[in-house]
Design a protein around this ligand. Sequence first.
Ligand code: SAM
Length: 304
Amino acid sequence: MPASPSTPAAEIKRANIRYHDAAAAEYDSKWGIDFGPIGREQVRAKVAKALGGWPARRFPEALEIGSGTGYFSLNLLQLGLIGRLVATDISPGMLGELAATAKRLGLDLETAATDAERLPFQDQSFDLVFGHAVLHHLPALPAALAEFRRVLRPGGTLAFCGEPSRYGNLLATVPKRGAQLVAPLWRLLLGASARRADPAEHEDGHELEREVDVHAFAPRTLDEMLREAGFANVRIRGEELLANVYGWTVRTLEGTAEPEDVPHRWRKLAFRSYLALQRVDAALLEPRLPPSLFYNLVLSAIRT
Ligand SMILES: C[S@@+](CC[C@H](N)C(=O)[O-])C[C@H]1O[C@@H](n2cnc3c(N)ncnc32)[C@H](O)[C@@H]1O
């Protein structure tokens, strides 16, 4: 459930910093973030979907918004799509994880802890502004879009992926509730015990999970916002329908068990099945159904 529309912007931002700082160390394992061939392929497919194909030329200077632990930026660097990269996030904890992973992978980049709505960069200094799963956290989205336009060179590209759609968000409540109902039986079959309450989770920011999300988007509203902010060639597509229902079922089931009781073989099988359903969505459903039906929206636009 997103934050109430009356929650002040400063409060939402403080919640985002606290929540993501607390989540940073476990973030990659919680969300299955990968920096090897699987992660690279996922990111390549999402960016190609957003841009309408994989670009023939690299972007010399790129800025990521809400980089988190580096899922998009580090994989895009490895794929060679960007030259110089500046990775930004409002959470210093997430950027710390990103910098450590970049060092382990031997990747060169700059980081800056900053709010997306106030970017400490000169006008027209980037060829690409991009991000994954971040726009829905920004309380004043028009102000953030104005900043993205300001720092982009004319003709520069905006690309965001993994933004929740309004219907997709509603649809996700079905597997979440269904999985809660069958969870005791699932744990019995796997021999897993129910997750014990962790008192630390209510002190270190995890309890803010419901307060950090602000928007779920209707494609048409997003399209209008982008045009009003001075972008052209707006392209919005949907992704993940079956994979979304399955993914939330698995994540909810696993969340009810003690993590070490969930067998590695189950996790591996669940992840492979998820990837297979992503492929079914991409091949059969995404080209045929309207973007609003999917869980995630991917978008791109050109700075006028
Ligand atoms: C759902 S996470 C996604 C992280 C990463 N892009 C990924 O896909 O794994 C959202 C990120 O946006 C960041 N964020 C939230 N509000 C922000 C703001 N106002 N300005 C910049 N980043 C923000 C959070 O700290 C968090 O790292």
